[in-house]
Write a protein that binds this ligand. Structure first.
Ligand code: COA
Length: 260
């Protein structure tokens, strides 16, 4: 009998951190090109004209791309995710996506809730980010086994990145049509609240009015931790394109540390 697991492709994770800083590196530029194409394809198969999966924050955020390793060793991108921390957005004078999203969609209660959280995080020196742009190629997600595997992997890379970079809280917006908000809750995200009241889904303007739930994660769930452990090797063997000063302290070159 054929072992189903042996038919699954070997996966490789690539982290493209702040592409504007690594633009001179041919390999980083090539990876970023692939990422842009993946985002266009992943979103393009679900949304009508005008729903742009790209913006200025893409240049300064961190993109985590998962690819299949082909027989000849080349990478075929399957899934990506973007993480933008508040401090990174401020460093480059870019809008923080959670706030921009609520603002541009006219979601006033969500905007207030995000602002309150940001205020608390600033006061308590809590590092916070926004996780978004999760997409999987349509042809790949049609295969339920691959779709389930990639859901584990997206959790693994998301929470491994959080851990490595000391990110304590994370916003996201989950598209209800794809039950993304349900999966995010299973991973430890909670629906946004304002004055003790849970907020409802709203129409996201930049996605042509697609309904999303906004969520905030403070503690990873047991499922999230399980995914991190299960796919630890994938994370440890990742390729990283990053400017040295954006790496966690223990990954920075010694000379950089001495200068700091
Ligand atoms: C979000 C995404 C990565 C999830 O991928 P996935 O979970 O592997 O697979 P699918 O999206 O195909 O399916 C997820 C669920 O939504 C359901 N679904 C998918 N398309 C649907 C539709 N048009 N109408 C109703 N339900 C739909 C599926 O039946 C499935 O339900 P199940 O889990 O009960 O079986 C993928 O849908 C995607 O890339 N979407 C475009 C980009 C996007 O909107 N990203 C924002 C995510 S917050």
């Amino acid at each position: 009998m054929t072992n189903v697991v042996s038919l699954l492709p070997k996966l490789k994770v690539t982290v493209i951190d702040c592409p504007v800083e690594t633009w001179r590196d041919d390999a980083s530029r090539e990876a970023f090109n692939q990422l842009v194409q993946l985002k266009l394809d992943g979103y393009g198969s679900e949304y009508s004209h005008g729903a742009l999966p790209l913006d200025g924050v893409d240049w300064v955020a961190t993109h985590i791309m998962t690819s299949a390793v082909e027989r000849d060793g080349t990478l075929k991108p399957l899934m990506s995710l973007r993480i933008a921390t508040l401090d990174r957005c401020e460093e480059y004078n870019m809008p923080f996506p959670a706030l921009a999203l609520a603002n541009s969609s006219g979601a006033e209660l969500h905007r207030k809730s995000v602002e309150k959280t940001l205020e608390r995080c600033r006061e308590n020196k809590v590092r916070i980010g926004h996780s978004s742009s999760w997409t999987v190629l349509k042809s790949v997600r049609e295969n339920k086994i691959m779709s389930n595997l990639l859901k584990e992997v997206v959790a693994a890379v998301h929470f491994s990145y959080e851990e490595d970079h000391g990110i304590q809280e994370m916003f996201c917006a989950g598209v209800t049509r794809f039950k993304a908000d349900i999966y995010q809750q299973a991973l430890g995200f909670e629906l946004l609240q304002l004055d003790g009241k849970v907020l409802s889904p709203f129409a996201q303007k930049s996605l042509n009015g697609e309904f999303v739930n906004m969520l905030l994660q403070r503690t990873p769930s047991p499922l999230a931790t399980e995914c991190v452990q299960k796919h630890r090797d994938l994370w440890l063997n990742r390729t990283v394109f990053s400017d040295a000063r954006h790496l966690p302290k223990e990954q920075q070159p010694q000379a950089q540390l001495k200068a700091a």
